[in-house]
Design a protein around this ligand. Structure first.
Ligand code: SAM
Length: 296
């Protein structure tokens, strides 16, 4: 704790860039440390200064704001570097949640780090993790994808790439595309996978609904209110990868065994399928047993 707060104290030895997570809806979801840093820094670099001004007003904070949106991040980073060079500390925030997560921030952070100044992360709200914490998914791994492409053809191509991944898939989605996205996913992944639709997290109309992908579009369309606001979609990953791989390896082995001795067939099948030799040997013995009734 001492190490973490050491360079934040008054009279800090080195000017630093603090990357500060802010609420994703409920204004109370901000850490004590974030408020302390926002009060103390010399300037706050914000994605949209009007949105951040509202948060700062709420907490009676009056630091000067610099705009750092997608299109001026490099220029804004130069301003941040000038402030740091003059011995000032700066906080970086986005409109909501954690900067640089589907938000501007990464370019400024990289330039500040390259210039040799400390970059200090202050953890806090993030929509993806907030949704994951309440989804009740037992999946041991997840893949944070963020926003899918806006155009239908590009979106479908991307969804096709994700189809075989055995990880819970985490998407951010805009309200006017959420039905199209779940429809495309149901078509590509099959309707049986589960999806958790997490909408307006931490806000008045917070909704967390889990159903089959094949039912999601209809559930959303039932009530116009269900497609209002901000969305995180958590989609079950591909479950049958192992079984599908084993099936393909078995088929390769069956074909090779028609022409080759067992050992050679296993060796080639391992090269072709990328499977483990031990496992393929076991399958080959199973096949032999099935075909000839021989004991392995
Ligand atoms: N940096 C943010 C974070 O840490 O979560 C994400 C910013 S990204 C531009 C905004 C997207 O995050 C929204 O379109 C939505 O998909 C998701 N999101 C943000 N706030 C949310 C909320 N309260 N409920 C559900 N999704 C939210």
């Amino acid at each position: 704790m001492d190490g973490a707060t050491h360079h934040e104290g008054r009279g800090a030895e080195r000017p630093s860039l603090y990357v500060v997570a802010t609420p994703i809806g409920n204004l109370a979801d901000i850490t004590l440390r974030a408020l302390e840093v926002l009060k103390r820094v010399d300037a706050i670099a914000a994605e949209d200064t009007r949105i951040t001004a509202r948060l700062l007003r709420h907490y009676g904070i009056g630091a000067p704001l610099i705009a750092v949106h997608e299109h001026n991040e490099r220029r804004a980073a130069q301003k941040i570097l000038q402030l740091l060079a003059r011995g000032n500390s700066v906080a970086l925030v986005s409109d909501a949640g954690t900067p640089a997560i589907s938000d501007p921030g990464a370019i400024a952070v990289a330039l500040v780090r390259d210039a040799g100044y400390p970059v200090v992360p202050l953890p806090g709200a993030n929509a993806a993790l907030c949704a994951l914490s309440a989804a009740g998914s037992a999946a041991p791994h997840f893949l944070f994808y963020g926003f899918l492409p806006q155009q239908a053809a590009a979106r479908r191509r991307e969804i096709a790439v994700l189809k075989t991944l055995p990880y819970l898939l985490v998407f951010y989605e805009a309200p006017h595309r959420v039905i199209a996205s779940v429809t495309d996913m149901a078509a590509a992944f099959g309707g049986e996978r589960s999806v958790t639709i997490a909408r307006e997290l931490t806000k008045l109309f917070e909704t967390i609904h889990t159903c089959r992908l094949g039912e999601a579009a209809a559930w959303l369309a039932v009530d116009a209110n269900r497609i209002k606001g901000e969305f995180v979609l958590l989609v079950e990953g591909a479950a049958e990868t192992g079984a599908a791989d084993a099936g393909a390896a078995r088929r390769v082995l069956e074909i090779l065994r028609r022409e080759l001795p067992l050992k050679q067939a296993v060796k080639l099948a391992a090269e072709i399928s990328g499977g483990k030799r031990n496992e393929l040997y076991r399958i080959a013995l199973e096949i032999r047993k099935g075909v000839s009734g021989e004991r392995p």
